[in-house]
Design a protein around this ligand. Structure first.
Ligand code: PHE
Length: 334
């Protein structure tokens, strides 16, 4: 009977203590087995009471063990793997953001400050959005400028060669005024080297409104490079794209301070970061926008190249090899 009282009082918060309590009463060599063994020596007239008492002790001890155990299990579930919250924590290994993502987020941030939203589209595109709507009809020689990976021919489905395809989708689904940038991965069938890869990343910008001029384009690009690189000088070189007229190539002056600068800019200090121009009225028409009322500009910049300059990366392949020794260097750059 004293044992029953003791069992009823018993409490603990440690799993080990519950276990030794269980062994003490219910284990093979525990008290209860001793009592049961003792039973045959008890005089007949006391057998009934003795039997009832040890049965009650057994039941009480079993219930105690069960309630203590499940209470402990619940606290463990609530507090995570460690029941004891005073234990020192274990450091979690935090990853690093990829340099492409870091630069992409910076660019999105810069353009969002002047009213551009972000739009995205599929990497697997049809012919219309990647080429035809952009003033590149079938058999147009300019299609050769973009070494395309085809997923299927006739009808043609391909890996987009530029994010201009997203601008077509955006114009088809939205009315001017339009201010949007479209970041994403693009694919071209080019030989892989330290300077070029068969996939890379672009951000294209599109601005459509009444009376948009080339001066607006130039100022927007200048604002962008100044925000991203600090005080910066840009150069627009006349060029040709089927979807813009006039068109230009955008170079930024970076300088030649390091060995990496020398290699990335081919010893000139200038780096071509993208293309731009005034959206061809034909493209506006293809996308359902009145070209009499509206005009606009578009530009596209390469994120990989900009990341290479900013982080002094001399081989573009490092950006897609997933070598943790490379990636871990961006831990503090979140
Ligand atoms: N889409 C072009 C390319 O990938 C870049 C560009 C975008 C040029 C917008 C002009 C206007 O080469």
């Amino acid at each position: 009977k004293e044992h029953i009282a003791e069992v009823e009082k018993f409490t603990t918060e440690s799993k080990e203590a519950v276990e030794s309590f269980r062994i003490k009463y219910l284990g093979k060599k525990g008290l209860l087995n001793d009592f049961f063994a003792e039973f045959k020596n008890v005089p007949n007239e006391q057998k009934k009471e003795f039997g009832q008492t040890i049965n009650k002790l057994k039941k009480t001890a079993e219930e105690k063990v069960n309630t203590l155990k499940s209470a402990l299990d619940n606290t463990t579930a609530e507090t995570g793997i460690y029941g004891d919250l005073t234990r020192p924590g274990e450091a979690t290994n935090i990853g690093a953001r990829h340099p492409i993502s870091i630069v992409k987020n910076q660019i999105i941030d810069i353009f969002s400050r002047i009213g551009f939203n972000v739009s995205e589209g599929p990497e697997i595109e049809d012919d219309w959005h990647n080429f035809t709507a952009l003033n590149l009809p079938e058999y147009h020689p300019a299609r050769d400028m973009q070494d395309t990976f085809f997923v299927q021919t006739n009808p043609d489905i391909l890996l987009r060669t530029h994010t201009s395809s997203v601008q077509v989708r955006y114009m088809e689904n939205n009315k001017p005024p339009i201010r949007t940038i479209s970041p994403g991965r693009v694919y071209r069938n080019e030989a892989i080297s330290a300077r070029s890869h068969c996939f890379f990343h672009q951000i294209e910008g599109l601005y459509i409104d009444k009376n948009v001029s080339f001066a607006d384009l130039k100022q927007t690009l200048q604002f962008f490079t100044t925000e991203l690189f600090g005080k910066s000088k840009i150069r627009l070189r006349p060029s040709y794209f089927p979807f813009t007229e006039p068109s230009a190539e955008v170079d930024v002056y970076w300088g030649l301070e390091t060995e990496a600068d020398y290699r990335i800019t081919k010893g000139t200090g200038w780096l071509e970061i993208g293309g731009c121009g005034m959206v061809d009225p034909n493209v506006l028409k293809n996308c359902g926008i009145d070209a009499e009322e509206y005009s606009g500009f578009a530009f596209g910049v390469g994120i990989d190249r900009i990341a290479m300059l900013l982080y002094q990366i001399t081989d573009i392949r490092l950006l897609s090899e997933n070598d943790v020794r490379f990636l871990e260097q961006f831990k503090s750059a979140l």
